[in-house]
Ligand binder design. Structure first.
Ligand code: GAR
Length: 223
C-alpha cells in the first residue's frame, strides 16, 4: 500500500545558487523514484537561480539572507527556526555555500547530507576541480556525505569517480562531475528516505552495515 502523503519522509533542501542538484532530487520525488515529500527549499541568497526553479516546480520556498544577521551564530539559529517550521526528517545541502556552526550540525546530526565536488577526504574546501588538475590526478569525482562539525569531513555515503582527461580544464571537468552529482544525490536521498542509509558514530551505514571510508563507489567509466 502506498504511504499516505502525511507519512512520507519530509525533506528540506538548502541552496545558494543554480539549484541543479535540488532539481535532480525534486525530479526523482516527482517521478516517485524517491518516496518522500519536499516540504521546502530555503536559500540564503535572494538572487539564487534555484529559487525560481523551485517555484516553477510548485515547491514552497523561503529566503533567509545571511547578510542581514550580525553573526554566523545568529544566522544559524534563525535558519534552524525556519527549517523547524517545516518539520523535516532530512535536511539536504545542495550547493549551500555557508559554513555551518557546530550548533547547527549537532542539531541535525544523522539527518543532514551534503554534496561536495571531490573524492573526499581529498580536496575539502573550494576550487576542487582546479586543485585536482594542478595535482595531475588521474581521477576526480564527487561525494555525498553526512555533515558533522568538521567542514566537508563527515562520513561518506556515496561517491562517483570521474576520470581526468588530457583535454580537461576546470570547466570541462566540473561539467562531467555535475552530471554525476545528479545521479548520486538522488540515490543517497532515496536510501535515506527508505531507512537504508544512516549514520552511527563516525560511520555511514547502508542496510545496517558500515560503509568503507569512501562510501559506496560508482565509477562513471562503467556507465
Ligand atoms: C555543486 O557542484 C556542489 O557539489 C557544490 O556546489 C554546486 C552546486 O550546484 N557544493 C560545494 O562546493 C559544497 N562545498 P547546484 O546549485 O547546481 O546544485
Amino acid at each position: 500500500m502506498q504511504a499516505s502523503e502525511a507519512e512520507k519522509p519530509r525533506i528540506v533542501i538548502l541552496i545558494s545558487g543554480t539549484g541543479s542538484n535540488m532539481v535532480a532530487i525534486a525530479d526523482a520525488v516527482k517521478e516517485e523514484t524517491i518516496d518522500a515529500e519536499i516540504v521546502g527549499i530555503i536559500s540564503n541568497r535572494p538572487t539564487a537561480e534555484g529559487l525560481n526553479k523551485a517555484q516553477a516546480m510548485g515547491l514552497h520556498t523561503d529566503l533567509i539572507d545571511h547578510t542581514l544577521y550580525a553573526s554566523r551564530d545568529e544566522f544559524d539559529h534563525a535558519l534552524i527556526r525556519m527549517i523547524e517550521d517545516l518539520k523535516p526528517d532530512l535536511v539536504v545541502l545542495a550547493g549551500f555555500m555557508r559554513i555551518l556552526t557546530a550548533d547547527f550540525t549537532r542539531y541535525y546530526e544523522g539527518r543532514l547530507l551534503n554534496i561536495h565536488p571531490s573524492l573526499l577526504p581529498k580536496y575539502q574546501g573550494l576550487n576542487t576541480h582546479q586543485r585536482a588538475l594542478d595535482a595531475s590526478d588521474d581521477i576526480h569525482g564527487v561525494t555525498v556525505h553526512f555533515v558533522t562539525e568538521e567542514l566537508d569531513g563527515g562520513p561518506n555515503a556515496i561517491q562517483a569517480i570521474v576520470p581526468i582527461l588530457d583535454v580537461d580544464n576546470a570547466q570541462l571537468l566540473q561539467q562531467r562531475v555535475h552530471e554525476q552529482e545528479h545521479i548520486i544525490y538522488p540515490i543517497a536521498v532515496k536510501w535515506f528516505c527508505e531507512g537504508r542509509l544512516s549514520m552511527k558514530g563516525n560511520n555511514a551505514l547502508l542496510d545496517g552495515n558500515p560503509l568503507p571510508d569512501s562510501g559506496v563507489q560508482l565509477d562513471s567509466r562503467d556507465q
